[in-house]
Design a protein around this ligand. Structure first.
Ligand code: J2J
Length: 543
């Protein structure tokens, strides 16, 4: 592995994690093969829209055949492949095929558009891009055509579902399996996206060893076993539904993954009833919506044992309602694609479950809470969360300068979260120091949106901050100073401008306000804190 591409754990740490039994030398390819041999006929993946029910043997066979087709097309170990798929069965066929040959999926989200996708393709020098023809009324073939025109290394676009148009259908790629050298457990398995606080998203290099450990640890904590049925409600590639314990945790345990095509209770509840779903994971706004709907639904939800809620802070008041509404156990989860995942435990007292965001998976997860000078605060005090451990990365992919800021010299990741740790060792998320908006679990880097607004010819300067939203928790507020003398645009023009630059819709500012000056700090820097206060005040007046 090129250390400049993906910083890794120092050898003494790696040895320790192996000796402790956290890293067991498994890979995703071997894991699927073992499950398929142990229980070939058990159902692994259910895709209710395509009416597909793949057994473990079927998924294994499909992954093998697709892997062979990828190899024939000269997609090999270490190559990057941008995967942008909705919640369809082919998602698993594609990623396991890539895992098997050691090519790295780059996990894009269905909401991403030209700006994000072309960046992922260029930055990772991707050789292939996998899409579905259409989803949610959007034609991904058009996106692929634009992306291909601009990305030099992209040799293939594969269409996993629907009419492939000018591209290659995934079903035509599969061929008779061939043998190939499997990746090593300490090789990279994929590149996950960071929520980010910088102009462009950072890529997170995860290895087979470290990620599989996080799955195994999550399964133990969440009670996932071969009888578990996981409903994948959030976009499948997101780290939470992928791994906490998510679809990959469920497949690791030999359970069943049911793909939910969209997250509304009207779609999800009938699936829970029919498939006897035992657990699922939601972001807080969805958990609120579902809790309301659960009290009146005619569908049977009694199979649901565990509802995981995370991705953004879940209010205590809302948390209290989950258990009674569903007759299940709430599990709060505070995780990050960079690694560290905290869960409340199933047997924690209710007060702990509703007031904290849990504690780490691993006894080897190191947690430090520090002040602005990196000095540890007194126990129970609030500070910046730093962490290091057996499934937390030591650096982003190809980002040495950023890594020098985001990691301490001794390898702790600066999460950007502001927390305190209770006497019982549970973490409470109190806020955030990173320049990011958490819009109902979707993370938006302020700088990225600011850069797009700044490209508008009438804009002199822009600042983007979070403002409170009763449903999403936070939404995006942009403060804009116009150029003197320029034709003044309307707020809606700025929003349209940003959208038309080909940005995921969730990053478009919810509100744009024109101002004459920005508030400043004592040392003459722009005070985002004051802007946030102003945004909160005006949101309270006109929500
Ligand atoms: C407050 N903030 C939270 C929580 C995440 C499991 C669950 C979530 C993610 C995820 C994940 C929070 N309360 N319960 O990857 O495996 C905010 C923090 C954190 C950031 C990470 C998983 N749960 N957050 O959300 O990489 O600010 O991962 O640093 O998308 O989300 O975002 P992301």
């Amino acid at each position: 592995m090129n250390l400049d591409d993906a910083p890794t754990w120092p050898p003494d740490f790696a040895e320790r994690y192996r000796a402790a039994g956290w890293w067991r030398g498994e890979t995703f390819g071997s894991m699927l093969r073992e499950r398929a041999e142990a229980h070939p006929d058990r159902i692994a993946v259910v895709d209710p829209v395509a009416e597909v029910r793949w057994s473990y043997a079927e998924l294994d066979r499909r992954a093998d055949r697709l892997a062979a087709g990828f190899l024939t097309r000269n997609i090999t170990k270490g190559d990057r492949v941008v995967v942008q798929l909705p919640n369809i069965a082919e998602f698993f066929e594609v990623v396991f095929a890539l895992f098997r040959i050691g090519a790295l999926p780059v996990f894009a989200l269905p909401a991403h558009r030209e700006t994000e996708i072309s960046y992922f393709c260029e930055f990772t020098e991707a050789v292939a891009y996998v899409i579905a023809a259409e989803h949610g009324g959007y034609d991904y073939r058009e996106l692929a055509a634009k992306t291909r025109a601009g990305a030099g290394t992209l040799r293939h676009v594969f269409v996993a579902a629907g009419d492939p148009g000018e591209f290659e259908a995934l079903s035509d790629v599969a061929e008779d399996p061939v043998s190939c050298a499997p990746p090593r457990p300490d090789d990279l398995a994929f590149l996950q996206l960071s929520g980010g606080s910088t102009g462009v998203p950072k890529l997170i290099p995860r290895t087979h060893d470290d990620y599989i450990y996080s799955l195994r640890g999550s399964n133990d904590i969440c009670g996932v076993d071969e009888n578990s049925v996981y409903l994948c409600v959030l976009p499948a590639a997101h780290n939470f539904p992928l791994s906490s314990p998510g679809s990959l945790g469920t497949l690791y345990a030999g359970g069943r993954v049911v793909l939910c095509p969209q997250p509304s209770p009207e779609v999800a509840f009938p699936l829970i009833d029919r498939e006897r779903v035992t657990l699922t994971g939601l972001v807080p706004p969805l958990a609120l919506l579902w809790t309301q709907a659960a009290t009146t639904t005619a569908y049977g939800l009694s199979s649901l044992d565990v509802l995981l809620v995370g991705g953004a802070k879940f209010s205590e008041e809302a948390a209290r309602r989950v258990g009674p509404a569903f007759g299940c156990t709430l599990q709060q989860v505070f995780g990050m694609a960079e690694g560290l995942v905290n869960y409340t435990r199933l047997d924690d007292p209710v007060e702990v479950i509703v007031t904290t965001q849990g504690r780490p998976i691993s006894p080897d997860d190191e947690i430090l809470v520090v002040d602005d000078e990196d000095r540890e605060v007194a126990p129970g005090e609030t500070g910046h969360l730093l962490t290091r451990g057996p499934y937390t990365i030591r650096g982003y992919w190809r980002a040495p300068e950023h890594n020098a800021r985001s990691f301490t010299e001794d390898g702790f990741y600066r999460t950007g979260d502001v927390v305190r740790v209770t006497a019982s060792g549970h973490i409470v998320v109190e806020g955030r120091a990173k320049d990011q908006i958490n819009r109902g679990g979707e993370k938006i880097a302020a700088e990225e949106v600011e850069n797009h607004i700044l490209a508008h010819p009438s804009v002199h300067d822009a600042n983007v901050v979070a403002e409170p939203d009763p449903y999403l928790g936070e939404r995006i507020r942009a403060y804009v100073i116009l150029r003197p003398g320029a034709a003044p645009p309307k707020p809606a023009d700025i929003k349209r401008f940003v959208r038309e630059r080909g940005l995921a819709a969730y990053k478009v500012p919810d509100r744009v306000e024109f101002v004459d000056v920005f508030p400043q700090t004592g040392v003459g820097k722009i005070s985002k804190k004051d802007l946030r206060t102003a945004a909160a005040r005006s949101a309270a007046i006109s929500p």
